[in-house]
Design a protein around this ligand. Structure first.
Ligand code: GAP
Length: 511
């Protein structure tokens, strides 16, 4: 499948098999808002659970939190979101489409990177075993010129974003000859700032109180509860607080399916540590989080670190973990060393001390923070992109979702071969016995082949077929999704087989 085809296929597969629906579908949908269907919600819950357990159970010093979406409006003043949570936007006058100016530039750079990759592949084929990629990149004039262009753009973009010089960004778009992907024209408006927070009122009376904001990140809920958790949990530094929950952003460019949504879910962990140790922990979390992605079966060649060109107002180091989606490398997770910025700001704005008493050093200080922040919906898209495959089987095409078994929405399908002779009744008994342990499915409609294919398409790792021999011999045929191999096993052994392959524990132990 080509990348474009794969992306289209993921979107249509997600809808057809009950993973993701456009929100308010019968009313024509709502831009950049999506609903998760019967299989999507299971996969998403499993991903969330895997993240939460890996953070909390595998780290004795990390605990959970569930803070509210509504928070005191001053929080967003303190965090810098009211004044600084802006994106630079630009409109194309011909297509009337709006873009994030920095994203237009980044996508343009990605195209140049692809040109470099082409040159490297060509040279590697030409030189064979003697090919030295590093040397080639450092000496080939064309590649050097491309790289220099990218670096210059990065430099200009960084300075422009830091100084808020929006004209410079427009000049860069013009000098690079970047065109609108829809109209193909260079007829751009000026670049303007756009705040991404949604506001609402707490009370019915308009004007009765300050605007509330729907939280644009879950992290602030952790910061403002830092002392509550530290004191009640008697936590010693370093320690972390993890939470998952909805966040809302009025994204200018909301496309690419669940990649960039207006309502989405984040899974964030703030790791509080002693000032001066933060860059060590930053390095630790970078490596740990990359390993975590590997355990989900994500092809390691499709994952990379990408250092931030522009550091956010709160960070002294920041990196993204990017995945090579069908539309190119894009951020899935951010790891940020946020210094003591947030806690200091909340101390100042609330007038309450947010200090940690270090008994060993006999002093109080504001801890530094390293954050790991991943979007659940983007992770969902990574997992779908990796798992969705088409295979030729006996001249036919099989669509299969090769999800890690622990993440699969349904772990096991119980399928009576025919709808008579007591087979449905035995199937029902097996289903009853397994459904307390696993998300189990039972179905007797259609041919067994069609039922297998439907289970392949939603990623069910095991199909159990109940036939006439099962009635007398107490065994069934178990079919493995990935190999399609079938094996005769005693009914009594099913729980153990499924448990061994699908439990979260198996995945957690691999990190
Ligand atoms: N607390 C830090 C923070 O919010 P971020 O890089 O803005 O950092 C973290 O967001 C993660 O949240 C991203 O890596 C991405 O996976 C996810 N995310 C951000 N905006 C999103 C959107 N509009 N739709 C889906 N996921 C989004």
């Amino acid at each position: 499948m080509s990348d474009n085809n794969l992306f289209e296929k993921i979107i249509s597969h997600a809808k057809e098999y009950g993973f993701v629906f456009p929100s308010s579908d019968i009313y024509g949908g709502l831009a950049a808002v999506y609903d998760y269907g019967q299989n999507g919600v299971e996969l998403r819950n499993n991903l969330r659970q895997f993240w939460y357990l890996s953070m909390t159970r595998l780290h004795a010093n990390i605990v959970g939190l569930d803070s509210s979406i509504f928070m005191h409006p001053k929080i967003w003043k303190a965090s810098g979101h009211v004044d600084g949570f802006n994106d630079p936007m630009i409109d194309n006058k011909d297509s009337k489409k709006r873009y994030r100016a920095d994203v237009l530039i980044e996508e343009h750079q990605e195209k140049i990177r692809q040109k470099i990759a082409k040159e490297v592949t060509k040279a590697a084929t030409r030189f064979g075993d003697s090919f030295d990629e590093t040397q080639f990149r450092q000496t080939n004039p064309r590649v050097m010129e491309y790289q220099e262009r990218i670096d210059t753009m990065n430099g200009i973009l960084k300075t422009a974003l830091e100084s808020g010089d929006l004209n410079q960004i427009k000049e860069l778009i013009e000098s690079e000859g970047i065109v609108c992907p829809i109209s193909g024209s260079k007829n751009w408006t000026d670049v303007r700032q756009f705040n991404l927070m949604y506001s609402t009122q707490m009370n019915a009376l308009e004007g009765a109180d300050e605007d509330l904001y729907l939280r644009p990140e879950t992290a602030q809920g952790i910061f403002v509860n830092f002392l509550n958790v530290q004191k009640t949990g008697r936590m010693k530094l370093p320690f972390g607080i993890a939470q998952t929950g909805k966040a809302f952003r009025n994204e200018i460019v909301a496309r690419q399916f669940i990649m960039r949504m207006k309502e989405f879910e984040q899974m964030e962990m703030q790791f509080f540590c002693k000032p001066g140790t933060e860059l060590q922990w930053y390095e630790y979390w970078k490596q740990w989080r990359m390993r975590w992605h590997g355990v989900l079966g994500t092809d390691e060649k499709k994952l990379r670190f990408h250092d931030h060109v522009k550091l956010a107002h709160y960070a002294n180091a920041a990196v993204d973990i990017e995945y090579d989606f069908p539309f190119g490398f894009k951020e899935v997770e951010g790891i940020h060393s946020r210094t003591d910025f947030d806690l200091s700001q909340h101390e100042q704005f609330s007038g309450k001390k947010l200090r940690y008493f270090d008994a060993e050093a006999n002093e109080s200080y504001i801890p530094y923070v390293v954050e790991t922040s991943i979007g659940l919906d983007r992770l969902f898209l990574v997992v779908m992109s990796e798992a969705l495959q088409e295979e030729e089987v006996n001249g036919d095409t099989r669509t299969v979702l090769k999800l890690p078994p622990a993440l699969a929405p349904i772990k096991c399908a119980i399928l009576p071969l025919v709808k008579k002779d007591g087979l449905p009744e035995l199937a029902e008994k097996i289903y009853e016995a397994l459904r307390f342990d696993f998300n189990t499915f039972i179905e007797d409609k259609d041919s067994i082949g069609k039922r297998y294919r439907r289970m392949d398409a939603i990623g069910t790792p095991f199909c159990v077929t109940v036939d006439h021999d099962s009635l007398t011999q107490g065994d069934v045929t178990i079919r493995y999704r990935d190999t399609m191999e079938q094996e005769r096993v005693p009914i009594d052994s099913l729980r153990e087989i499924i448990e061994a392959a699908t439990s979260m524990k198996t995945l957690l132990k691999q990190i």
